[in-house]
Design a protein around this ligand. Structure first.
Ligand SMILES: Cc1cc2nc3c(=O)[nH]c(=O)nc-3n(C[C@H](O)[C@H](O)[C@H](O)COP(=O)(O)O)c2cc1C
Length: 302
């Protein structure tokens, strides 16, 4: 939240005034109230919850595999009930905490209903986590699918929301579909399909293709945000992919992200890593005598 004194790092997204553009992205680590509160105390501009789903898969392995360039994960949605989440969200709202609720459901109508419930519980900003590719059968994302989910939520709730999409083929059309259907922002990127093979045995690790995240995807996501801004995309962008240090935050802002999410890096010493990136970014601004808003999009026109 904003403080009374001048803060060069201040940022605004989804109607929230934030003390820093460095946010915590959605994932296993944000499935717990204690982590969310501690990350906010450590200075996170905002925290995105693990994706809340009315009927998450009850079975299925949730596994992580570390790679030299990032991580593969086979996780899907929070297994906490919507009632539990609403109680937690009510507490965050009561305490005025910048928490963004991440939501998904099996159909657009169900997602609209879920959005209504979390907004009634006090959520002031949402992220539609509709692009998880770890669901059984994988994800065939299309502009029509993105539009249907986005439109349903737009017609259901008045609060600002971002639509989270995965980098890759047709991302421009999917972003355009989200914006045309009423999204206030887009989050780029969710994990992208990745696969790891055991070179000795030929075994496919984790048993298939799953979500790939971390530093290996950063150049791909930067390229897409850069291209979208060059093509005139006007809505807010929440950058996500491979942020490990303050310079990565600066790079994302420079290509036109308004704020940045950190996730995979936090699987190593979560609080220290977050504080290093967040405080490092503040130090970078001081050292260069600049502000978050001066950095946003500075590379795009060049
Ligand atoms: C273990 C794990 C769990 C994740 N769970 C979610 C999720 O529930 N919802 C979601 O929108 N993104 C989820 N993500 C994606 C991250 O929020 C992030 O968008 C992506 O990993 C790219 O950023 P990063 O390289 O900083 O991790 C998950 C990522 C990982 C590694």
């Amino acid at each position: 939240m904003t403080t009374g004194t001048y803060n060069p790092a201040a940022a605004t997204v989804l109607g929230l005034s934030l003390s820093s553009p460095v946010l915590v992205g959605s994932g296993l680590l944000t499935d717990q109230e204690r982590n969310i509160r501690r990350l906010l105390s450590a200075g996170a501009g905002a925290v995105v919850t693990k994706t809340i789903h009315p009927s998450p898969p009850r079975s299925g392995d949730e596994r992580l595999l570390r790679l030299p360039t990032g991580m593969l994960n086979s996780t899907t949605y929070s297994r906490r009930s919507v009632d539990d989440w609403c109680a937690m969200l009510r507490g965050f709202a009561r305490d005025g905490l910048p928490v963004i609720a991440s939501l998904h459901a099996d159909t657009p109508a169900e997602l609209a209903g879920l959005a209504g419930r979390v907004v009634a519980a006090g959520s002031r900003a949402l992220e539609l986590g509709i692009s998880c590719l770890n669901e059984e059968g994988g994800l065939q994302d299309t502009p029509e699918r993105v539009a249907a989910y986005t439109r349903a939520v737009r017609e259901s709730v008045p609060v600002p929301f971002s639509v989270k999409l995965a980098a890759g083929e047709g991302v421009g059309e999917r972003v355009a579909a989200a914006v045309a259907a009423g999204a206030d922002a887009v989050t780029l990127s969710d994990t992208v399909p990745g696969l790891c093979v055991d070179a000795v045995t030929g075994e496919v690790r984790l048993g298939g293709s799953f979500g790939y995240s971390g530093p290996g995807i950063k150049p791909l996501v930067l390229a897409e945000i850069f291209a979208l801004r060059r093509q005139g995309l006007e809505v807010a962008v929440l950058g996500s992919g491979g942020v490990q240090e303050a310079a990565d935050v600066v790079e994302y802002l420079s290509v036109g992200a308004d704020v940045v999410q950190v996730y995979t890096a936090l699987h190593t010493t979560m609080h220290e890593t977050f504080a290093r990136i967040r405080d490092g970014f503040d130090g970078w601004l001081r050292g260069h005598g600049t502000t978050t808003s001066a950095l946003v999009g500075r590379s795009v026109g060049r």
